[in-house]
Design a protein around this ligand. Sequence first.
Ligand code: JCK
Length: 269
Amino acid sequence: MRIDVVTIFPEYLEPLNVSLVGKARARGQLDVRIHNLRDWTHDRHNTVDDSPFGGGPGMVMKPEPWGEALDSVLESGEGRPVLVVPTPSGLPFTQELAVELSEKPWLVFTPARYEGIDRRVIEEYGDRLDVREVSIGDYVLAGGEAPVLVIVEAVARLLPGVLGNAESHRDDSFAPGAMADLLEGPVYTKPPVWRGREVPEVLLSGHHGKVARWRRDEAFRRTTANRPDLIERCDPAALDKHDRKLLAELGWEERADGRFGRSASAVEE
Ligand code: JCK
């Protein structure tokens, strides 16, 4: 896969040189190219921003440098990339979108600063490319570089051969709790006693059936506590008798359609 990033802060993308993404690049599995947007300015001050039409606070990124930068990047490769635009008003970035992007040969990212990029740039390239405006979450950052680091890492670990063998045989969507379905429970390693704290006995028992059941129960406990929305969305067909009993114990009510909802008393808490 090839990834191009156009930014006014190329140093912010340095983490792409280390760890999983850095190793994938070193192995030739990933071709990452960082470009400085200011290379496509022509004035003495390398201006990339200007005041917003219609007034209001902050500055907006000028369209001309983005147009020249993106035309240059597009000319440098074969075919049409997917253009990924981080923005607080984008579609939520999910594991599903990470999987979809991981299947593309070429991604171009346009992390902005200030109040964002002049809308006409997104319209212009939307006519020619598959443009995805995405948000990594409901909080306000100062720019799109951190989202690029997040999205590239989520995508890169899905590329064939990028994760080590041990990890690659685990599909997140079919893991014990099934990501986006249930959260994972706690994990433990050696020593069996640390500062007087013992590893749950069932994990040392060697009883695979009991271990699987315990892990699933812990996954339900964590999911009910941290992400009750995932329980409400849960496909009833994915729940066995034991799951239903546990959810009832955790204060959930089974509805006529088999889905679960918080009992009225639990919602108030
Ligand atoms: C890209 C510039 C800063 C800050 C206007 C937004 C009410 C606009 C993001 N999940 C995410 N949070 N933030 C970003 C993100 C922020 C960015 C840029 C992504 C480019 N900024 C900025 C405030 C505003 N307010 C809410 C008005 C831009 C992602 N992905």
